[in-house]
Design a protein around this ligand. Structure first.
Ligand code: ATP
Length: 261
């Protein structure tokens, strides 16, 4: 049995359209946060949806030796938490209730006290306890996005699939939210995959990155090894520099858009 996530020969797409073609990802060990990078329409959301069991897939998708597509939906939902790109709706529920109902939907095994403790942990880890009693309809977009993430984290899935979880967040919250997810996967031995457009944030916070281009895997590995001007030119069509900042962390500086080939 291979511990962690194995994707081999994975194709994913929609009824009339295959987007991801025969993708092989090096095994992702437990405790890893993987950043999924790539230009618009590269296939990041399609791949995350496919791993989550939405849409059409083929190939091997296995978590800790268990083939996910073979699992009953309820079991798969308990193992895999998926946060779509769209924000949770501005419902009249308070944030606590929204997270409680997400927890109950998948973790019927938790009694009231365990559920309450899990909710407090999720709010605390994300630093949003102050939002617990606010109505979803009265929260900002970024605040709702953080509650959406709490709805996934409260279930303690073994695999978190997060589609641009920082798209509505400001600088401080982008970093703290991604670091909270990284700390949670490290502490529990879960795996997180986060589709993200901010490459410098990915370099800083992710253990590994995978770069998609036109539905195929272009490169995967440690951020400092994968994020190079050549990969950025091929995947994003930009001329760039990768320079070490004063703290020694690689930083991407984009100089210009390359002409479309
Ligand atoms: N429901 C759908 N039916 C058919 N094709 C779709 C559907 N949703 C997305 N696509 C197509 O799949 C391709 C990949 O889209 P996807 O949303 O996976 O890209 P992405 O890398 O997540 O992009 P972005 O960074 O813009 O969110 C695109 O060409 C898109 O037009």
């Amino acid at each position: 049995m291979t511990a962690g996530l194995v994707l081999q020969g994975v194709s994913a797409g929609y009824r009339n359209r295959r987007v991801i073609e025969a993708l092989d990802l090096p095994p992702v060990p437990p405790g890893t946060l993987l950043g999924l990078l790539g230009q618009n329409a590269a296939g990041k959301s399609t791949l995350l949806r496919g791993i989550a069991g939405l849409g059409q897939t083929r190939g091997t998708i296995a978590l800790d030796g268990t083939a996910l597509p073979a699992l009953p939906a309820a079991k798969r939902a308990a193992l895999v938490g998926y946060l779509p790109q769209s924000l949770p709706p501005p419902s009249p529920l308070v944030a606590y209730e929204a997270v409680l109902s997400a927890c109950r939907a998948v973790r019927a095994d938790l009694g009231p006290q365990a559920a309450e403790a899990a909710i407090e942990r999720a709010f605390g880890a994300l630093g949003i306890s102050h939002l617990a009693l606010r109505r979803m309809s009265e929260l900002s977009g970024g605040q709702r996005q953080m509650v959406g993430l709490a709805q996934v984290m409260v279930r303690s899935p073994r695999l978190l699939l997060l589609d641009e979880p920082t798209s509505a967040l400001d600088l401080r919250w982008q970093l703290s939210v991604v670091e909270a997810v990284r700390d949670a996967v490290r502490a529990t031995g879960a795996i997180g995959i986060v589709a993200i457009h901010d490459i410098n944030l990915a370099i800083r916070a992710c253990d590994q990155v995978a770069v998609l281009a036109h539905g195929r895997l272009l490169a995967a590995g440690r951020p400092a090894e994968v994020v190079t001007p050549a990969v950025l030119a091929e995947s994003f069509g930009v001329e760039s520099r990768v320079e070490a900042c004063s703290q020694g962390v690689p930083v991407v500086l984009v100089d210009r858009a390359l002409p479309r080939s």
